[in-house]
Write a protein that binds this ligand. Structure first.
Ligand code: AMP
Ligand code: GLY
Length: 421
């Protein structure tokens, strides 16, 4: 079959890598892709939030199955447009994508479903928000309601920071995404990301991961899109997993069905776990990046069968074949990220890295200029490996990192410290 993946980051390189290994895949297109993806698939320049353009490309290229990677096309309703044209699609439609696109919507669904999450209130104007913060006290969490590229959340350790966040959000720092603000109770505990395939009715757990969001070692410094991840997350024991499915995931999916907007795709369940009890931090309606790189490395070619079963409403018959293994992804970013950084640096050493089923250098923000690969984004590479232990996966991942010649790049050297310590 001919397959189209939308997106061009490390997540999409990892999905493409896994899908390519499945004999069902004949031709693989990725739009827009990147320099690494171009080595294994046909990259296409396409505006991926333009549903009509994506439908046209799929029809012209006899595409049988479309996998949507990032949230922007999902929130824009590209899955609806593709399904409307009779195509098989992995990813939720616009209505179900609100589980990521609106924090208020998610909170309302959780309340209706009885899913444990932080106490919350929503505000459409700054004055009542300020009063609420003064009444509640700090620490407290202030969130722009809409999509803000991962930047719309302020965990305020004191009241002043929370009040500043309110002013910024209503002042337009996040555009329309900040027209409404959700203010939440600060939850303590350990975070984990949990991934569940859903075909509307059936939910199939796909595994857990832990992400390192801060730029600096020891989980310090500014927030980023994710500097590294590992899978599985030790905090996701069988008991925590079962509690998450029973108290959070299944009630949420049932509530989405009740509303007439069943969720189909991968539900990224961001959890805070304290004393063995999971509470929801947030949902995303796509794979995490770089968590996805770890999951794809562990699952391999079966990913295509699982995504097809999900899109086709056949998850009740599907099984995940787990190896008893561990994976790690170490992100290499351009110096300065998540602030200002330089683009266009040549990256050496990539040709000498030997990719195999245990270790792959996934590309995120890369481009090809003449014959060299150049940095073309903040997060640029994702050194990803698996092993029978997390330590083995780590050694292989940093082995890839050390083969790269890129003075303008940096990575954290302590990915996985919590689980390895
Ligand atoms: P989000 O963009 O919603 O993933 O939030 C970013 C990060 O903020 C999360 O990964 C948590 O570390 C933190 N966070 C969000 N909501 C809360 C909360 N209610 N309590 C504590 N931390 C939170
Ligand atoms: N790594 C977190 C995310 O993809 O949102």
């Amino acid at each position: 079959m001919n397959i189209l993946i939308l997106g061009g980051g490390g997540r999409e390189h990892a999905i493409a890598w896994a899908v390519m290994q499945n004999p069902k895949c004949d031709r693989l297109f990725v739009a827009p892709g990147n320099a690494g993806i171009a080595q294994i698939a046909e990259c296409a320049a396409l505006n991926i939030t333009d549903g009509a353009a994506v439908v046209q490309f799929a029809e012209e290229n006899a595409v049988d199955f479309v996998i949507i990677g990032p949230e922007a096309p999902l929130a824009a309703g590209v899955a609806d447009d593709l399904r409307g044209a009779g195509l098989l699609v992995f990813g939720p439609g616009r209505d179900a994508a609100r589980l990521e696109a609106s924090k208020r919507f998610t909170k309302e669904v959780c309340d209706a479903a009885g899913a444990p999450t932080a106490a919350w209130a929503r505000f459409a104007a700054p004055d009542p928000a300020r009063d609420y913060i003064r009444a509640q006290g700090a620490p407290i969490v202030v969130k722009a309601d809409g999509l803000a590229a991962g930047k719309g959340v302020v965990v305020a350790m004191d009241e002043a920071a929370a009040l500043t966040a309110v002013d910024e959000m209503f002042g337009g720092a996040f555009g329309a995404a900040g027209a409404e603000v959700v203010i939440e109770e600060f939850m303590e505990g350990e975070e984990a990301s949990f991934f569940v395939l859903c075909d509307g009715e059936t939910a199939l757990p796909l595994g857990s991961a832990q992400d390192h969001k801060r730029a600096g070692e020891g989980d310090t410094g500014p927030n980023t899109g994710g500097m590294g991840a590992y899978s599985p997350a030790p905090v996701m024991t069988d008991a925590v997993t079962e509690a998450t499915m029973a108290q959070i995931v299944r009630p949420t999916l049932a509530e989405m069905v009740r509303r007439g907007t069943p969720f189909q795709g991968v539900l990224f369940v961001g959890l805070m776990i304290a004393d063995g009890r999971p509470r929801l931090v947030e949902y995303n309606v796509r794979f995490g990046d770089p968590e996805c790189q770890c999951l794809m490395m562990r699952l391999g070619a079966q990913v295509l069968d699982l995504l097809l079963a999900c899109a086709g409403g056949r998850l009740a018959e599907a099984r995940v074949n787990w190896a008893d293994d561990h994976a790690m992804c170490v992100v290499m970013a351009a110096r300065g990220y998540p602030g200002a950084y330089v683009k266009g640096d040549a990256i050496g050493g990539l040709d000498h890295l030997r990719d195999n089923s245990f270790a792959v250098m996934f590309h995120a923000g890369t481009a090809r200029k003449d014959c060299t690969v150049v940095a073309n984004g903040g997060r640029v590479l994702g050194a990803t490996a698996r092993g029978t232990t997390l330590a083995e996966a780590r050694d292989r991942a940093y082995g890839l990192v050390d083969g790269v010649d890129w003075p303008g790049g940096f990575c954290r050297r302590d990915i996985g410290w919590r689980a390895l310590g």
